[in-house]
Every structure is written in structure tokens, then in C-alpha cells.
Design a protein. Structure first.
Length: 205
């Protein structure tokens, strides 16, 4: 159910369901109020038949400006982790639970703001369509917002990270969002935990 007065993305889905059509349609999405201030929709990217789908929270500042997911500092952590875990980037489709940047202004800086439950629900039709098309074998769930979208509000990443759980025809492995590694007091330790979870994902199928 869509909350917070958001009408949801379902009415913006195209008749023809392929990734190019979805991406074009998502560029015009007004399913929640985030489109009003974001620079652009940031849709998922990768092959339509990827073995792995990585789902994050929402675009960050750099993603919003460039129009591509995971191109900021967190994306560099993610790329490093995938390489060290032995996950080939050509086997990966990356996307976010929410396709527009949610932020508050602090002076001239745009400070990330976690999407509301209503915004997550409003954007869910795009994620459902991506999952149906890509049909990944493994879904890596990056952080609490992605877990809320895919595994339900009761799921806690801190309690179940690195544990493969069924999700449709795929297996899901939850871990922290790579931005949490950047914020951690001990980045090396946080990164090692993140990498260990990615290695589980690399080996479950």
C-alpha cells in the first residue's frame, strides 16, 4: 500500500516491459514527491540477464548529478568489494529501491535523507519490474532501506547479514550499504565485514 499521499509508480510503467522502455518511462515518473527536487531519475544499469542484482537505497548526490547508480564514493567501495569477492561486474545489475535523490539543504550542500516508507512503497513497481526482467540468481541487499523494500519491515540487516534467504526464485544476501563503511569509526573492520558478506553472495549458487 502506498502511503504519505504518494500515488505510486504503477501508472507510469510502460506497456512494453524491457529495460530500455522502463528506463525511458521512469524518467517521467511522478509517483512520489521526490521528483520535484531531484535532478533526474537514476534507474538501474547492467545486463538484462545478470546473475547478480545489487539493490541499494537511493541515488546519492553524485548519482543524482550524473544519472548513474553507484558512481560516488560508496560506488568505489562497492566496486572494490565486488572485485575482491570475485564477482564480475558484467554479471551484475545495480539499482536502488528508490530512484530519486532524497535530500535536505544545508547551506549549499545537499545532505542525504533516508526515504520514507511511503516513498519506498511508491517506487516499488520499478524494482518489481527490474526483478521480473533481470531474473537474478542472487540479490545482494545493501542496507536497511533496501531490506525494507525487499525483505519486509521486520528484517534487520544487523541480525541477518550474510545469511542467504529465499526471495522469489532467487537467494538474497543482506549486508550494510557501502556508505556505512565510509561512515564507520573503523573503516577497515567495516570493509572486511562487508567483503565477507559479498563473498557469501558470490558462493551461494
Amino acid at each position: 500500500m502506498v502511503k504519505d499521499g504518494n500515488k505510486g509508480a504503477a501508472e507510469f510503467l510502460p506497456d512494453q516491459l524491457d529495460l530500455d522502455s522502463l528506463r525511458r518511462a521512469a524518467a517521467c515518473c511522478q509517483g512520489c514527491g521526490l521528483y520535484l527536487n531531484a535532478t533526474q531519475t537514476v534507474f538501474g544499469e547492467g545486463p538484462q540477464r545478470a546473475r547478480f542484482m545489487l539493490v541499494g537505497e537511493e541515488p546519492g548526490d553524485q548519482e543524482d548529478r550524473q544519472g548513474h547508480p553507484f558512481v560516488g564514493p560508496a560506488g568505489r567501495i562497492l566496486d572494490k568489494g565486488l572485485e575482491e569477492a570475485g564477482i564480475e561486474r558484467e554479471d551484475v545489475y545495480v539499482t536502488n529501491a528508490v530512484k530519486h535523490f532524497s535530500f535536505t539543504l544545508r547551506g549549499k550542500r545537499r545532505i542525504h535523507q533516508r526515504p520514507t516508507a511511503g516513498e519506498i512503497d511508491a517506487c516499488h513497481p520499478w524494482l518489481d519490474a527490474e526483478l521480473a526482467l533481470v531474473r537474478p540468481e542472487v540479490i545482494v541487499v545493501l542496507g536497511a532501506t533496501a531490506a525494507r523494500a525487499l525483505l519486509g519491515r521486520e528484517f534487520r540487516v544487523t541480525h541477518h547479514r550474510g545469511e542467504p534467504v529465499p526471495l522469489g526464485d532467487a537467494l538474497a544476501v543482506a549486508t550494510v550499504h557501502p556508505s556505512a563503511v565510509l561512515r564507520a569509526p573503523d573503516r577497515d573492520q567495516a570493509y572486511e565485514g562487508f567483503l565477507a558478506d559479498l563473498k557469501v553472495a558470490a558462493q551461494v549458487v
